[in-house]
Design a binder for this molecule. Structure first.
Ligand code: FES
Ligand code: FES
Length: 133
């Protein structure tokens, strides 16, 4: 049912934890299952994501997609991080079963929420970023 990559990221999730004094923190809930995800971003003065960590009250698919998403945004610019959609993450994991697609939205939404938090704290506007729900 799950690809080898999904199982790998589920069993050995990357970048689990918190960042103290993070540049941006985003917490979102999944409307479909009620699960929760929090993403911490550390962004340097050049707008490069230096570190990214996550915590979730989610299922295995949420763990695996968040783990992959944190790896994908690491070292990227803010604009590049906006391209890390749930579709891109699922592709990088060789797919997810259809009933688990909603789980992959948590990471994307939490990254966006963390970027929004960062932008608000710095009084800037990030092009293409919508206010989190
Ligand atoms: Fe999320 Fe069951 S509803 S793990
Ligand atoms: Fe809730 Fe997967 S069932 S995140």
């Amino acid at each position: 049912m799950y690809s080898e990559k999904v199982m790998d990221h589920f069993q050995h999730p990357r970048n689990v934890g918190e960042i103290e004094n993070a540049s941006g923190v985003g917490t979102v809930g999944n409307a479909k299952c009620g699960d929760i995800m929090r993403i911490y971003l550390d962004i340097d003065d050049n707008g490069i994501i230096k570190d990214c960590k996550f915590k979730t009250f989610g299922c295995g698919a949420a763990v695996a997609t968040s783990s992959m998403a944190t790896e994908m945004v690491m070292g990227k610019s803010i604009q590049e991080a906006l391209q890390v959609t749930n579709k891109a993450v699922m592709e990088a994991l060789d797919g997810l079963p259809p009933v688990k697609v909603h789980c992959s939205l948590l990471a994307e939404e939490a990254i966006h929420a963390a970027l929004w938090d960062y932008a608000e704290k710095h009084g800037i506007k990030i092009e293409g970023l919508k206010k989190p729900k």
